[in-house]
Design a protein around this ligand. Sequence first.
Ligand code: TRP
Length: 326
Amino acid sequence: MAKRLFSGIQPSGDIHIGNYLGAIRNWVSLIPEYECIYCVVDYHAITMFYEPAEMQELILNAAAVNIACGIDPEKCTLFVQSHVPEHTELAWILNTVTPLGDLQRMTQFKEKAKQQEASVNAGLLNYPVLMAADILLYKGEAVPVGEDQVQHLEITREIARRFNTRYGKIFPEPQERLTKAARIMGLDDPSKKMSKSVGNTIGLLEDPESIWEKVRTGVTDPARKRRSDPGNPKKCNIFHLHQYFSNQDDIKHVDKGCRSASIGCLDCKKILFERMMATLNPIREHSLELMSKPGQVWNILRRGAEHCSKIAAANMKEVKKAMGLL
Ligand code: TRP
């Protein structure tokens, strides 16, 4: 039997090419190798300020875009965290084996607490416990995440160990499957990572015209001031993006053309844009089609939750029995 893999994505809106290249594409590639469960983590999202009236749309959007990127609901499970109440039930239990000091030391907690200085809610502190519950509820063994989530996996293993020591060996210790960090930088300022909070993203649902405007005006090798100056592709963010979207022949062509000044930056950008759109057009079209039929997407998510509920109920029974609660 394939090992079980679990990962979560926040329904935060505006999924961009950084998310796609850094995470979603990797999730898709793991589907043949594992029994994959992918979860839209709405209970995590509410630890930060949000608009209740927008939440359903954000969940739908996250699900549709992931499906359009290749998270095929026939080959893996996709569902919404709050549709399976056992996530919060197990989180409560795991809270009782988690030392307060460990939570207070988490890097992400300290950073997010800074953004909410006026009043830090306890959900933010307990965020890692809910994440541990997400994974352990399904006895997940592999968790694809980026570098920034490694500390959360460490505390998940620590929580599993503490639980197992106290109540008997029930949980595996899940391992991270690190995503080779695709560091996608902003086009207007390549010193900043592409992120929603900086506002420098290329969205997966963005119009081609608007994407072209960002590519056209994107910063290249600053030393190449005139068309006749040779450039250094290694110092060019546009060339960096070619690595993700273009084929080997294109890459050779623009690399040589840039170094010898036989092509200009605009030529290089036109090729990039064309290759980018070959990837992004089908994703955008499929996403928009799914979002125009929300009933279909909610059905997929409901089926996902039904599948997960069965696993969750069986595992909770085992947990409660071991704890003297059944
Ligand atoms: N904390 C993760 C993030 O911000 C999201 C997440 C929630 C998650 N639960 C999870 C990731 C379980 C992996 C496994 O990216």
